[in-house]
Write a protein that binds this ligand. Structure first.
Ligand SMILES: [Zn+2]
Length: 274
């Protein structure tokens, strides 16, 4: 019984990932963004997956960089500012998908920066302890080796500290190709479980994150259920008011993993999407 608990064990470099790394390093060196390019009036919703102890130094370096140029806000504040169009600063907020136990450790770092983060969890595996179940689920739904997930007790502690919990479907299913019955379980039942526990507003982020992994029927159901936002993953920031709830649409989160080198993060966060 062995869980993946280090980045070194989690990340198996491929030719593609190595080439991508060097391409990004070259690009960020060539572009060397100015402060004006980084400081824009916008909201950047970020998204990451896993955080490991051997990412701590790098995550702190990322946050030191961000603290100089951005104003940290909670995900809920980001959604609220997006709706009202109060986008008068360079805002950034943090979310994490899949509900890994290591989100709890990431929050210890976030706490030092006064950051309130949101975790999109899957109720099916919250507090799951069975090794074989976890091994199968991680392999089948998340395509990696066995990892542990947050339990309700850890979630309670995070909520007490001001962090947030959102819905990432009941069991990490692709809602773009679910039957009506499956959608009820993945969207509605999952919402009910989280709402009952969390109490406050529930945000939604669909698994796999691309516009191909969602459809309008699922989006309509997400909002009819009571979720106050839905989110995709892509390279983007938000500059203008957007009432995603009324429009039955979604916001876009920028993927920034705790292991990304700071110069790559600087490069991603200097792009202008206005
Ligand atoms: Zn996911």
């Amino acid at each position: 019984m062995q869980f993946i608990t280090t980045y070194k064990k989690y990340h198996q470099p491929t030719l593609r990932s190595t080439l991508r790394h060097f391409a990004l390093s070259t690009l960020s060196l060539l572009k060397n963004p100015s402060e004006a390019q980084i400081k824009q009036k916008r909201i950047t919703f970020t998204c990451f997956h896993s955080y490991f102890p051997d990412n701590e130094v790098n995550l702190r370096a990322q946050l030191d960089f961000m603290a100089k140029h951005f104003t940290f806000i909670s995900y809920s504040e980001g959604v609220s500012r997006l709706k009202t169009g109060q986008i008068d600063d360079n805002y950034i907020c943090f979310s994490s998908d899949d509900g890994y136990k290591n989100f709890y450790d990431a929050c210890k770092v976030f706490d030092d920066y006064g950051i309130k983060a949101l975790v999109f969890a899957n109720p099916k595996v919250i507090g799951e302890q069975n090794y074989e179940t976890l091994k199968f689920y991680n392999n089948d739904r998340l395509s990696h080796g066995p990892m542990e997930f947050l339990g309700w007790r850890e979630i309670d502690e995070l909520l007490e500290k001001g962090h947030e919990v959102g819905n990432h479907t009941y069991g990490h299913r692709n809602v773009g190709n679910c039957s009506d019955e499956e959608l009820q379980e993945q969207v509605v039942e999952s919402y009910k479980i989280l709402k009952e526990h969390v109490g406050s507003d529930i945000h939604f982020a669909w698994p796999y994150g691309s516009p191909n992994d969602i459809n309008q029927k699922a989006l309509n159901l997400i909002y009819e259920t009571g979720h106050i936002s839905a989110a995709a993953v892509d390279r983007n920031s938000h500059y203008k008011a957007l009432d995603i709830q009324a429009e039955r649409s979604y916001l876009i989160r920028e993927q920034i993993e705790p292991f990304y080198p700071v110069n790559h993060v600087r490069y991603f966060l200097s792009k202008d999407y206005s």
